[in-house]
Design a protein around this ligand. Sequence first.
Ligand SMILES: Cc1cc2nc3c(=O)[nH]c(=O)nc-3n(C[C@H](O)[C@H](O)[C@H](O)COP(=O)(O)OP(=O)(O)OC[C@H]3O[C@@H](n4cnc5c(N)ncnc54)[C@H](O)[C@@H]3O)c2cc1C
Length: 412
Amino acid sequence: MRDVVVIGAGLAGLTAALRLARAGRSVTLVARGVGGLSLAQGTIDILGYTPERVLRPLDAVAAVPPEHPYAGLGPDAVAAAVTWLRDELGSELLVGDPAVNLHLPTALGALRPTALAQPSMVAADARGGLTYAVVGVRQLKDFPADLVAGNLARSTAPDGGPLGATAAWVDLPARPGEADPSGLTYARSLDDAAFADRFAVAVRDAAGAGDVVLLPGVLGVRPGAGRRLAELIGRPVAEVPLLPPSVPGLRLADALRARVAAAGVRILLGSAVTGFTADGDRVATVTVAAAGGPRALAASDFVYAPGGFESGALAVDSRGAIAETVFGLPLTAADAAGLVGPRYWAPHPLFEVGVRTDAAGRPVAGDKVVHPNLYVAGGILAGPEPWREKSGDGIAVATAVRAAAMIEGGAR
Ligand SMILES: Cc1cc2nc3c(=O)[nH]c(=O)nc-3n(C[C@H](O)[C@H](O)[C@H](O)COP(=O)(O)OP(=O)(O)OC[C@H]3O[C@@H](n4cnc5c(N)ncnc54)[C@H](O)[C@@H]3O)c2cc1C
């Protein structure tokens, strides 16, 4: 029998699986798809907005309302979990201090608070004031250098220091004859030393004045291309994540998945969990849709990290009824009526709906634990609207680490 089954291959599922495997558990990870990590920016946000922009995320974590997933964890546990992930992935992939948010430019030239980022991004941190030489690539859409520079020049650094920016363009096809290249096309080309040399010369010759050369987030599928480019260009270089699929997101997801596989986790991707069997109130098996017919996976403990509405873990039917789709877990609201408003930027309480847990991360109905060997983590949890707060990554990591710790420590 496999010791622990983890459901979900997003940031939460991968983190839980890695922690449990490192603790010597036999782990099977089963997931329908690859999760949001490869689509997102490749950074780790703890808390970015409350709704004001946050400089010290752990202080803000200490002040969340009681229904927030961070409330049951506290700032020390959040810091320890995120620091563990940073150190596990290494400084080639993640750097930063969980206590202080970096302020990094977006592909529209706004400033985005985030706790940990890739080394290829951090030279653009605006906290102390900075000037940017923004360089776009004519063939690559989604990085409008003029707009980025214009908006950055109008922004203010968190400490009130001056920001400035110039815009320039290079004209350099990644592959001849390709009309609409993606960021991934450029990233693959930039892993090639000969193309990286030509790119560096073009950028160096075009870039205007500025402390840092700001480039689209395509600096190699593998880590390290940004450092080589900075040496060739002779100035600090930083990349800005583009729309999904984001190359830095893929870099982070690939690295984490590789570590999970290397730690001995058995990974079943492309496999949806459709139901479960119980032994009393304990989960005995989960049912996996497999090519030859449904298959039962037994374990002593289960981590459920299936995301939220965006991954299909939560669903709304034609009558507005909201449901959790595998275990039928109790949710904080059952009816979607009135929970989504007509204004896009306004709060939408539907996205706060989710599973509520005890202090160990087990789903509860009222005060009663529903399944004592089922631990939930990540986007399925009730409380915040993570998109608005920029807290989805920190919640995923911290609650996954809690789930693993409870299983290691034997919460019963
Ligand atoms: C485009 C994009 C941008 C984002 N930007 C940010 C940001 O700026 N800041 C931030 O904090 N967060 C951001 N997020 C959100 C953040 O990535 C997630 O909130 C967080 O990583 C939660 O991860 P998760 O592991 O809980 O869920 P997910 O990443 O959604 O992973 C869920 C996993 O569960 C699997 N699954 C679901 N149901 C089943 C089932 N029945 N059987 C088997 N497997 C199942 C899915 O296939 C997937 O592997 C972004 C997400 C996306 C998609």
